[in-house]
Design a protein. Structure first.
Length: 317
């Protein structure tokens, strides 16, 4: 099946109102492209220190939408153009040119699966739910992870650095807190390494859904791993819910710029003797994070590197 694709050029000032107008006309699923700079909130919800290189905002926005071949496109486009002309009296909608093309129907739900296959992190097999564990991997620790909207399949160096540190420090009595849990991979692997209980927090609601789905795929129950939405840095309700002086290990695989304000807060969640495992740190930010860890009164135990990424492990004495 083919679809008619339309790309409407407007302004960033008008993109929301134009999108709403398209929806009112029955056009749903509009894709917006612009060069509006990321907000601080946007940056905090990205999980590595290398942020997208976005060129300067030129005030232009492109709205792409699709129509079924059976839809009378001429009549609908006429209505769109009429609405845009009426908007000109009170809003800068730009040139409003519309480029038309055709695209093949794609099974977006499943097509991306061809790009993600099982792989190894040392003796751990990370495998998506649609692949089978082969006999040759019967001696491996297996974790089922489906890539989705939340960070953390285990492919990234920062996640692997954390996993190796967890394997080193987890015991059968470990209570672990994962700040910025993403897909839930660290909390789940901690349980597989023998930890008693995991808690995860994240700012993104998608991370909670992804973690629950991955828990189900791994046979991990809700009483083994608790996840919650919230910013533990400045939300006391989240801090209270997570608990104080409770955790043997805290893992934080997030931005170095988030680790700096997080560290002096999170020490209150850690038991005496607790281990703090951080990653998501690009090499240029290593000294900044190490200094923040020391200023919080923690003893730096290890600084590990993989590629251009860094993990800092410390202890609360």
């Amino acid at each position: 099946m083919k679809w008619n694709q339309f790309r409407l050029k407007t302004t960033t000032e008008a993109e929301d109102i134009v999108s709403s107008m398209l929806a009112d006309l029955g056009i749903e699923g509009v894709q917006i492209e612009d060069k509006i700079p990321l907000t601080q909130s946007d940056k905090e919800q990205m999980f590595v220190d290398i942020l997208p290189d976005i060129s300067e905002d030129d005030g232009c926005a492109y709205l792409t939408f699709y129509l079924d071949e059976d839809v009378d496109k001429q009549e609908l486009l006429l209505k769109v153009r009429q609405e845009l002309e009426e908007m000109r009296s009170y809003l800068n909608v730009g040139e409003c040119t519309i480029e038309e093309s055709q695209t093949e129907d794609v099974d977006w739900v499943n097509n991306w699966k061809q790009y993600f296959h099982q792989f190894y992190i040392d003796d751990i097999l990370v495998i998506p739910s649609w692949e089978n564990v082969e006999a040759k991997d019967s001696d491996k620790m297996v974790i089922h992870i489906d890539p989705g909207t939340a960070f953390g399949t285990g492919m990234h160096e920062t996640t692997q650095l954390c996993i190796r540190q967890l394997k080193k420090y987890v015991t059968e009595d470990t209570e672990i807190l994962d700040v910025g849990c993403g897909s839930g991979i660290l909390g789940m692997l901690a349980l597989k390494f023998g930890a008693k209980h995991s808690v995860g927090t994240d700012l993104d609601p998608c991370a909670i859904d992804a973690t629950y789905e991955n828990m189900d795929n791994n046979g991990i129950s809700r009483d083994q791993y608790e996840v919650m939405i919230g910013n533990i840095i400045d939300d006391k309700a989240v801090q209270d819910k997570v608990g104080y002086e409770k955790y043997d290990i805290v893992a934080a695989n997030i931005l170095a710029d988030v680790l700096v304000p997080l560290t002096p807060v999170i020490i209150h969640q850690m038991k005496k003797g607790g281990i703090y495992i951080t990653s998501g740190i690009i090499e240029d930010k290593e000294d900044v994070v190490v200094e923040a860890v020391k200023e919080a009164g923690l003893e730096v135990l290890e600084v590990n590197h993989q590629g251009e990424w860094v993990s800092v492990t410390a202890r609360k004495n």
